[in-house]
Design a protein around this ligand. Structure first.
Ligand code: GTP
Ligand code: MG
Length: 207
């Protein structure tokens, strides 16, 4: 079982993007500061946890992870419902992964509407000699959708923490804003779906 600590507010973050862009590697680097060169496609839904304190408040981050393989796309799209924030990822050496960014963003918008916390990340910044997507191209999409953009490298640990904390802060800002507007968002309680998944997967990946 995932230990529920009353003092910790839960934040569900999803990584979305084509297969092999580095979603699992990002989560591993952000939560455990580890990196593996070998590739193993994510099977089903996985997650990892990280507890953090921001402005003296404790948060438990749940990073949800699915494969970007086309045939499992509906699984990823279904999970968006229980996300509080999303990281859209592409690989700077893969045109196809970059071309899919619009689709992934649109999937999120279809489920969550406008102004949902989201950031765009171009991964594998260490492979400069194989780069096919200029930094400006990523920046332009981010500008178009008014979201933050980062180029990162999980391998060399560049900008990974910055991206992880940026999406976390976006979620917190939105909650604070909605809280101050008097609404009581469903964010503070975990959704049934994510809770069920957490219980199902906790044996696979643990704290
Ligand atoms: N050079 C380089 N390789 C990376 C980086 N991040 C991930 N990789 C490699 O890219 C491959 C795919 O990484 P994963 O994290 O498994 O990709 P994924 O997006 O989770 O893939 P799916 O689960 O199939 O959707 C692995 O061989 C990683 O080692 C990076 O920053 N630089
Ligand atoms: Mg994966």
């Amino acid at each position: 079982m995932v230990e529920e600590n009353e003092n910790e507010e839960r934040i569900n973050i999803m990584t979305l993007g084509n297969t092999e862009v580095g979603k699992t590697s990002f989560i591993l680097r952000f939560t455990e500061n580890q990196y593996q060169d070998s590739y193993l496609a994510t099977v089903g839904v996985d997650f990892k946890l990280k507890s953090i304190t921001i402005k003296e408040k404790q948060y438990k981050l749940f990073f949800y992870d699915t494969t970007g393989q086309e045939r499992y796309k509906s699984l990823s799209v279904n999970l968006i419902k229980s996300a509080h924030g999303v990281i859209i990822m592409y690989d700077i050496t893969s045109k196809q992964s970059f071309n899919s960014v619009y689709d992934w963003i649109q999937n999120v918008k279809n489920v969550k509407g406008e102004n949902f916390p989201m950031i765009l990340v171009g991964n594998k910044k260490d492979k400069e000699e194989e780069r096919l997507i200029a930094k400006e191209e990523g920046e332009n999409i981010a500008k178009e959708y008014k979201i933050d953009f980062f180029e990162i490298s999980n391998k060399q640990n560049i900008n990974v923490q910055e991206a992880g904390f940026a999406i976390t802060n976006k979620v917190i800002e939105k909650r604070e804003k909605e809280g101050s507007e008097g609404s009581s968002p469903a964010y503070t309680t975990s959704s049934k779906l994510s809770k069920k998944l957490a219980q199902k997967n906790v044996k696979k990946s643990c704290c």
